[in-house]
Structures are given as structure tokens and as C-alpha cells.
Ligand binder design. Structure first.
Ligand code: ADP
Ligand code: MG
Length: 426
């Protein structure tokens, strides 16, 4: 039987916010990593993937829950772990060789034996001959090879990778993925397992043998999917596409259908989507048949999950669409919206936003009840900061400005930072 390397039980993470409130990012995460696992953690941006990975790597502490490393409490086990970051995180003043030796030094490996180990992994990642180069002399792909070599040099039990290829161009990323898959297949990597974080479904299916799919706000595990396709995988094969489709279905399932989700009343999180793009999606959906497969939609539009999900989610929140079994279907209002002219669209959007969108409703009500029909943004930020981080509070307000303006419910004065209702002659 394979050794269990890492076990996570009932892990939660909440970041403290103002006024003693908390932003729960991870909720009740349970997972096990065994020797030989290539696990991916998949979820939309902002879901909490990096937070989870950092906790698993011991870089930050969970709020509650337990992490066991070879059956011992994580913090006393002193695990061998290393991380590959999206932005490479190399020291610009060190050569390739020196960058790779950094991790070894931290473990007390120095001198000849450090050099030997470093050169071995540099060869492994295909950088033979670049030992003395500086990061600025390398392409993005080569920089990430250094990042991987540095992580491998310490021969970690688990190699952590946080969206390592998402800053690279498509061809370079594809190339590195294939190489990683091949090295893993051939057993050439001096590691026992990999935990790979990504928002890219195809990447997860290409690389990993198991994918854990996270929901967001807060992140819970929606599903665990096994990928039993022989390596090196072909993205155009039927079984590959089938699995990608399957994951889309899980990822787009409305949250209330997820049985193990603990229902709590939360402030509604507005997806980061502009009205123009939402309207575009609704119209596209209308031009197709009754229901569209979401994975077809991404390939048709050349969009990534991250681009498309906020649009889908916004359409669903507004009541213009429904998502079921990986398919998006317009509601009666959605169909009506796409058939309407510009003015009718605004009216319909206004009705739906007032009915379904908490923040829009709140801003509108506040403005309507004030004498001057004006209110400073600080007032709303104050409310939002009880539920979101500072940055996210501003994001939420910006979305509300976009939606509210389109619906002609309220406007925003960029000079004074005030929301106001425009005078209308009736
Ligand atoms: P992902 O990697 O899936 O994009 P992250 O783990 O980076 O997501 O972030 C998840 C959520 O936690 C986001 O809403 C982010 O704003 C919030 N967050 C991350 N780090 C902190 C922090 N140090 N303090 C407060 N909130 C944070
Ligand atoms: Mg991240």
C-alpha cells in the first residue's frame, strides 16, 4: 500500500477583517495525498487555491483543522516541501546555478554536494549549459525551468506548483506541461507527489491523476475527479474531452445543489463582469439552440474558464440564465432581454437587478431615501468592508457602478466619489 504523505482534516481559513468580522476563504477542506499522487486543485480565480496551497506548504496557518504529514502533526514533522510560483520568484542577482542552490543552502547542503545536486536538476529541466546565465538573459519559459529546478533540488516529498505556467505564452506553456508529464511518467523527478494549483481545466486534465474542484466564497470541495487516461495525454481525444466536459458540469453547478455545502446567509458576491459582456453572452446563448454546452462555449469563444465564469454567474444571479449539468439555458427574461431593443433592455435589466442584486438594491434604496439623492461612496465601502477585503469591496462597488449606470438606476460622480440619482422629468 502506498504511504499517505499528507492528510488534511476539516481545514478552514478565515482572514480577519475590520470590526472583528471575518472573510471565510476555505471551509471544511478534507483531502489526502499519497505517494505517487499527481493532484490538481482546480477553481476560479479568487477561490482560495493559493491560500490552500500555502497552508498545505506550512507557509501560513489555518484557522482551524488539522494537517498531518506522514501521520504526524505537520508543524512538528518538519516536512520537505517546495514551491514553484507563477511569477518564477528568482533572485535576479544570482546565476541559474546559484538560484537553484538557494533552496539547498537553506537545508544546510553546501559546497560540492550542493553543486552536484543543482547541476543534476538543471540538466533534468533542460537547462544544461545555462548554469552561469542570469535570469534577465532567459525567456519566461526558461525562467520557470529554473523555478522548477530550484524546487526539485531539495528532493521534496511534495512538489507544490501554484499556476506555474499561467504567465507563459500558450506554446511555451504547452511545451513545459508535456515535459513535466513526461518526466513524471518516466519517474525521473526526485519527488513523491505533486500538488498543482490551476484555474485551467484542460491543464488539470492533461497533468494530474486526480482533480479536486473548489467552489468559491468560500471554497469548499465540490468534487474529486479521477483522471485515468494514459500519459502523454491527447487533448483532442474523446476521453480527454469527456472529462473536461465533466469538470465543467461540476464547476458550473449552482452552489445550492451541492449537498455538503453549509448554507449560511452571506453578502452576495458580484461576479467581476461588465454589463456589455453579460449582454454579449446572453445574446450568444439566444442565437444557439435551447441549451448550450459550456465547454463548447469556451472553445467557440476561445475564452478561458476564468473569463467566462463571471459572465455566466452574473447572468444567473440576474435571473437571465440557468445552469444545469454543464449547460447554460436562458430564462424567459433572458430570452426577452436578447430580443429587446436598447431601451427595453435597460428597463428589463433594471427590474432584474433591483429584484436580484442585493448591492444594487441597497444603493438605490439608500439614495432614494436621502433628501439630496446623493451619498458618498465611503458609506457603501463601509458596509462592504464588513464582508469583503478592502480591494474586493472596491471591486464590488465598481461593478455596482457599471450595472447601476446601465440600468439608469443611479450614477457615480468620479470627481466627488458620490453616488446619485439623476433628476428625471416625469
Ligand atoms: P486564488 O489563488 O484561488 O486566486 P487566493 O487564495 O489568492 O485565491 O485568495 C482567496 C481570497 O482570499 C480572495 O478573496 C483574496 O482576496 C483573499 N485573501 C488572500 N490573501 C489574503 C490576506 N492575506 N488577507 C485577506 N484576504 C486575503
Ligand atoms: Mg492564486
Amino acid at each position: 500500500m502506498k504511504d499517505t504523505i499528507l492528510e488534511v482534516k476539516n481545514l478552514s481559513k478565515a482572514y480577519p477583517m475590520r470590526k472583528g468580522s471575518f472573510l471565510t476563504v476555505l471551509e471544511d477542506i478534507n483531502l489526502t495525498v499519497k505517494e505517487g499522487d499527481f493532484l490538481s486543485i482546480l477553481g476560479p480565480s479568487g477561490a482560495g487555491k493559493s491560500t490552500l496551497l500555502r497552508i498545505l506548504a506550512g507557509l501560513i496557518e489555518p484557522t482551524s483543522g488539522e494537517i498531518l504529514y506522514f501521520n504526524k502533526s505537520f508543524f512538528s514533522a518538519n516536512p520537505k516541501i517546495s514551491m514553484v510560483f507563477q511569477n518564477f520568484a528568482l533572485f535576479p542577482w544570482l546565476t541559474v546555478l546559484e538560484n537553484v542552490e538557494v533552496g539547498l543552502k537553506a537545508l544546510g547542503v553546501i559546497g560540492e554536494s550542493a553543486r552536484e545536486k543543482a547541476i543534476k536538476v538543471i540538466d533534468l529541466v533542460g537547462l544544461d549549459g545555462f548554469e552561469d546565465a542570469y535570469p534577465r538573459e532567459l525567456s519566461g519559459g526558461m525562467k520557470q525551468r529554473v523555478g522548477i529546478a530550484r524546487a526539485l533540488a531539495v528532493e521534496p516529498d511534495i512538489l507544490f506548483m501554484d499556476e506555474p505556467f499561467s504567465a507563459l505564452d500558450i506554446l511555451t506553456a504547452d511545451n513545459l506541461r508535456s515535459e513535466l508529464s513526461r518526466l513524471w511518467l518516466e519517474g525521473k523527478l526526485p519527488i513523491k507527489s505533486v500538488i498543482f494549483v490551476t484555474h485551467n481545466i484542460e491543464e488539470a486534465v492533461f497533468l494530474s491523476d486526480r482533480a479536486i474542484i473548489l467552489s468559491h466564497n468560500p471554497a469548499t470541495i465540490r468534487a474529486e475527479i479521477y483522471i485515468n487516461i494514459p500519459r502523454i495525454r491527447n487533448k483532442n481525444s474523446k476521453e480527454f474531452k469527456f472529462l473536461v466536459d465533466d469538470i465543467y458540469t461540476v464547476l458550473t453547478k449552482p452552489k445550492k445543489d451541492v449537498p455538503f455545502m453549509l448554507r449560511k446567509e452571506r453578502y452576495q458576491f458580484l461576479p467581476h463582469a461588465k454589463v456589455g459582456a453579460i449582454a454579449g453572452l446572453i445574446e450568444l446563448a439566444h442565437s444557439k439552440e435551447e441549451a448550450i454546452d459550456i465547454s463548447d462555449l469556451t472553445s467557440d469563444l476561445g475564452l478561458e474558464v476564468d473569463d467566462l465564469f463571471p459572465l455566466i454567474e452574473a447572468s444567473v444571479f440576474l435571473g437571465f440564465a440557468e445552469v444545469k449539468e454543464g449547460e447554460i439555458r436562458l430564462t424567459e427574461e433572458g430570452k426577452k432581454f436578447s430580443r429587446s431593443d436598447v431601451l427595453e433592455k435597460k428597463v428589463l435589466f433594471r427590474d432584474m437587478a433591483l429584484k436580484n442584486i442585493q448591492l444594487i438594491k441597497q444603493i438605490y434604496q439608500v439614495l432614494s431615501t436621502t433628501e439630496k439623492k446623493r451619498m458618498s461612496e465611503d458609506f457603501f465601502i463601509e458596509i462592504l468592508e464588513n464582508h469583503f477585503t478592502k480591494d474586493e469591496a472596491w471591486n464590488q462597488l465598481e461593478i455596482a457602478i457599471d450595472w447601476g449606470r446601465y440600468a439608469e438606476l443611479f450614477a457615480y460622480d468620479y470627481d466627488t466619489g458620490e453616488f446619485y440619482i439623476e433628476d428625471v422629468q416625469s
